[in-house]
Ligand binder design. Sequence first.
Ligand code: NAD
Ligand code: TYD
Length: 337
Amino acid sequence: MNVLVTGGSGFIGANLVRLLLAERPGWRIVNLDKLTYAGNPENLADLAENPRYRFVRADICNGELVADLFRTERIDGVMHLAAESHVDRSILAPSVFIETNVRGSQVLLEAAREFGVKRFLHVSTDEVYGSLGPTGLFTEETPVAPSSPYSASKAASDLLALAYAHTFRVPVVVTRCSNNYGPYQFPEKLIPLMIANAVRDLPLPVYGDGMNVRDWIHVEDHCRGLLAAFEDGKDGEVYNFGASSERHNIHIVKQVLDLVGKPHSLVQYVKDRPGHDRRYAIDSRKAQAKLGWAPRRRFEDALAETVRWYVERRAWWERIISGEYLRYYEKQYGARR
Ligand code: NAD
Ligand code: TYD
């Protein structure tokens, strides 16, 4: 089986490529990644000599190249993760989100239609459902109502993927997962950003009142879900993944400070994110019943392990917290203090 993974040099992609190579010895993985600011070849550098792995640096929007890759690599299945993934960046500069997340996804769907694949897994997010009040959970039946340019671009690509399933019989499965954490996450996202700041005694910028809720899942649990959906999902269906770990942001930020051994006085409340979704919480009973999947990691243990990973790999994140990232950080947080 020749599987094309897009975005394999990013956070979830890197974890997924490792899982697939370990769990499916008969598979060959082609990783198509543009290496944007978020893509880090170091994440998979140790695979360079692995005959079951090939890295191709390219843009998913390049239709000719994508078609050529499907042809020459005889791609049987696609796991599509490449995306612009950060909400705050989508507020600062939305265009590239439309280009990569919507147009890039359509380029891949078109290639899948032309060359035929056994499965096209479109990896999406619970953010397409919008924001919840204090109660209730997102199910696969919840109407999409995205609020940020990021989530709107993901909802658009989800709908395109489902339209390709319906109209052209491309064997699409869409997955929608809650907030991930774990190794290799770019330190612009809540948990690694707070760890990196705590380690350096920098202020921890909490948006608004810190009472927004996210539903956290360890990246390994998500990746096992993606493999299950790829193999056992039904064409044209949507599956939600989550680990029933709802937490207020401020609670997590204080937990990170405790784990790093730094005082809570490092918390700095800053101006809220425009259009900030209040609460996400996901019902993953369909995936559990139909895919035989269940989350394994407990939030408190896995958070402690994640904090250790970042503390021990300071060189990994210090190398990427430079140049472009510093300019972004100043733009994002400079005016908020
Ligand atoms: P990430 O930002 O860490 O990685 C994205 C990867 O895509 C990077 O390696 C980047 O170089 C690559 N990429 C971006 N634009 C590209 C282009 N035009 N052509 C080729 N490659 C390109 O993101 P992530 O957190 O690993 O998320 C992966 C996927 O999972 C995304 O589709 C995201 O929407 C989805 N998702 C993420 C979360 C989460 O909590 N991080 C939750 C649910 C769903
Ligand atoms: P984030 O990791 O950006 O994920 P998403 O917005 O896709 O859920 O943010 C998670 C939560 O943490 C969200 O409610 C925004 C909040 N947040 C902060 O309070 N401060 C920060 O510096 C960041 C990056 C996020």
